[in-house]
Design a protein around this ligand. Sequence first.
Ligand code: SF4
Length: 462
Amino acid sequence: MSEIIAAASAPKIGFVSLGCPKALTDSELILTQLRAEGYETSKTFAGADLVIVNTCGFIDDAVKESLDTIGEALAENGKVIVTGCLGAKAGASSADAGSLVREMHPSVLAVTGPHATQEVMDAVHLHVPKPHDPFVDLVPAQGIKLTPKHYAYLKISEGCNHRCSFCIIPSMRGDLDSRLIGEVLGEAQRLFESGVKELLVISQDTSAYGVDIKYRTGFWDGKPVKTKLFDLVASLGEMAKKHGAWVRLHYVYPYPHVDEIIPMMAEGLVLPYLDVPFQHAHPEVLKRMKRPASGERNLERILRWREICPEIVIRSTFIAGFPGETEEQFESLLDFLREAQIDRAGCFAYSPVGGATANDLDGALPEEVREERRARFMAVAEAVSTEKLKRRIGATLQVLVDSAPAMGRKGGIGRSYADAPEIDGVVRLLPPEKASKTLKVGEFTKARVVSTDGHDLIAQPI
Ligand code: SF4
């Protein structure tokens, strides 16, 4: 009972819908999305640019019919994406979802389970790029970006499951809502293809990615991938490598599983840069703040990260003068800053936010104390940071150029792996010594560090 759903002209997708009404609604969702994006459907396998087979895996006959249809589509067209219930089944050789289809038809382009419109669309985009009509489409393929063309933010989830006492984000944005991995990786791919050289992974709590959907398995490039931080970082790292681009991770809480991504930083898959919002170091204050991972031994963890990946740069934000913070607790925060050698630290003097539960805590400190602690914190943070920057003098760094008037003849501004845009320092590039050397926005240059200036490095392009 297969039917090829058809229409006319380019690019054309052949679509076979098999199985029950639930599968049919999945087919409708995919076809609607295809149509919305300007794809057309083909009456025949041979006349299509790609074929999607939505399969059924309920009874043996249905499995046979699905496998036969995939075989037919492969023989007549060659480019086939499989979705639906059969796509979720494991075969004899592996416990992985999708392995049954792959065992029978190894040349299919991608296999997804049911209810996977986005993953199917991601696979379609990869093999038959979305038609783009500049007269009709107001939105470019990679979406509208407010950042310069060469870097972009990739939001992997919305909301947060924590209830830090000073924060009202969960009451505004709700609980954690992770985007499926296939959707996130599809967006990353489009961004890299549009020329993005630095991808900044953001969320409220990057370490918790996927926890709300039980790390659901998605599909990317025909392979099952978990909606989980480790899999996300590994996949983004591989993708970035192909495009000669950077991946930078923000808002990573120091849970034990974060340790698993440090070797990927040491290998160079993603930038050895971690933005970890510690907010404080004293366990009592962290407890009153109700911080995630408040029981972790953060100092030991950081020291171990530095053993595995000595070049790692850690950025963090802190709060000074939280209600009930004693002088001794504040001093222990300063000790932490020195011992952990936090490369880039920002600090806010605590100030109550309407609706936050911290407002009800005892021990509110006068504004002068909060401000005075913030100033002392920043003095220590700057001493640590400046000292660390000085150690870079003489080193050669890869720098991504953000600004280079006149092809960089008068120098330019860029950033190294240690500098996230907007929040960290920059690398001030001197005019190149060789007349043939130019600097271009969005391209990398190597530069030798000659001196420092506050949070910035001064470097000679080479
Ligand atoms: S501060 Fe706490 S509650 Fe607020 S978004 Fe971050 S982790 Fe969630």
